[in-house]
Write a new protein. Structure first.
Length: 398
């Protein structure tokens, strides 16, 4: 029989309300005792006695055995989660930035205090990828993990590609629907999918990688010229985080736009939907597909974790114990399309090879191969130039 969970909830935004809606329709032996909010003056649909602005009211309550953390502030989330775990409370979180930046430490705290931190909702919304990497693929040899991990950027790209909207209009629609934040940098700049990729890699490959060491370049410089180039080659642009096992010792991680052909699973993933493509030695290629943004989809993933805690479930991080540890390798060469404005930018980037270069009044671009480390070095210059780059393996044979 499952044990009763008495919950203290931090945050009552889109996901928090979505979770509450789902729990209120189920008989799961779960009680939300108190909810910590930031703004006490905001109108709420629930009784005022359920809310508090004092975190200690939850964290110091011995009758609350489970904490759900659903706030945006990664630093505050870290304090909440670590304190809860150390005090013997299990935790469910959807804060991908906090988890990605502190996962190594969080695993040690769980082991030391015998508590459990679950975070399915932090990676790709409603898609159960973390649990599958933990359980289904625990003994599999995974060649790669890639996909569409950010519903906001995918929504924007879909609106531009399929409806001809300007970038700014598509972004505004994403914000109005709650898919993108007021400051969209985390989404369109590729930071959000980078955090998710780092978390997934820990379960897929048993490695803890600092997000700072992982390349991310987003879609903020995507232009009509890039759209036309893609369409002329029967390709679509998607923002794709990628983890590739290079050999028995090395792993590459990066987040870049990608020119995707019709034969790719990701070609037809549109709007706020996410997809995770897993390529394995024995299971071959498999695709997980579902909504990656919105209160109810993410709330369903959070609820799945909460329900699992009723049976004392915890991640085992089985691949962390492998004898042969993988290390991050940023000398991996990525085949790229780079559309640029100033010639100086291209002259300052070292190409391992160039297969095509085009210059005209309408469009300047290069198709060639560049190391991840070289892109990290030139990232700020690329963004300042207004240049747009995308992985172009569909067009280039390395």
């Amino acid at each position: 029989m499952s044990k009763k969970l008495t919950i203290g909830l931090f945050g009552f935004g889109v996901v928090g309300q979505g979770l509450y809606d789902i729990i209120s329709t189920k008989d799961l032996n779960i009680e939300i005792k108190k909810i910590v909010i930031k703004n006490p003056n905001k109108d709420r649909s629930l009784a005022g006695s359920l809310f508090t602005t004092d975190a200690h009211e939850i964290l110091n309550d011995p009758n609350i055995n489970t904490i759900i953390e659903l706030i945006n502030d990664a630093d505050a989330a870290y304090e909440i989660v670590t304190r809860a775990l150390k005090s013997g409370k299990n935790v469910v979180s959807a804060n991908k930035k906090m988890i990605a930046e502190h996962l190594d430490e969080l695993v040690k705290i769980q082991n030391e205090h015998g508590t459990s931190l679950l975070y399915e909702g932090s990676v790709c919304g409603s898609i159960p990828i973390i649990r599958n990497l933990e359980e289904y693929y625990d003994n599999e040899l995974l060649h790669s993990i890639s996909g569409i991990f950010n519903g906001s950027s995918n929504f924007i790209l879909s609106k531009i590609t399929n409806e001809g909207l300007d970038y700014s209009v598509a972004l505004k629609q994403a914000q109005d629907l709650g898919f993108a934040e007021k400051d969209p940098t985390l989404d369109v700049g590729g930071y959000d999918p980078k955090y998710k990729l780092v978390i997934a890699a820990a379960h897929a490959y048993g490695v803890f990688v600092s997000p700072e060491d992982v390349l991310n370049i987003g879609i903020q410089n995507f232009s009509i010229a890039d759209l036309q180039f893609a369409q002329e080659h029967h390709l679509k642009v998607k923002l794709v985080p990628t983890a590739i096992k290079l050999n028995n010792k090395e792993l590459a991680l990066y987040v870049l736009p990608k020119l995707v052909p019709k034969s790719d699973f990701l070609y037809n993933v549109e709007n706020e939907y996410n997809a995770v493509s897993v390529k394995a030695a024995f299971a071959d290629q498999q695709l997980f597909y579902g909504k990656g943004a919105g209160g109810h989809p993410t709330g369903s993933a959070v609820l799945s974790d909460v329900a699992a805690l009723r049976y004392d479930y915890r991640y085992e991080y089985k691949k962390l114990n492998h004898v042969h540890k993988l290390i991050l390798q940023n000398d991996y060469v990525i085949p790229l399309y780079i559309r640029y404005i100033n010639e100086e930018l291209i002259n300052n980037i070292h190409f391992e090879f160039i297969s095509e270069q085009h210059k005209s009044n309408e469009l300047n671009y290069v198709l060639g191969g560049v190391k991840i480390s070289e892109l990290i070095l030139n990232k700020e210059a690329i963004l300042r130039d207004g240049a747009f780059l995308a992985e172009a393996s569909a067009l280039i044979d390395k």
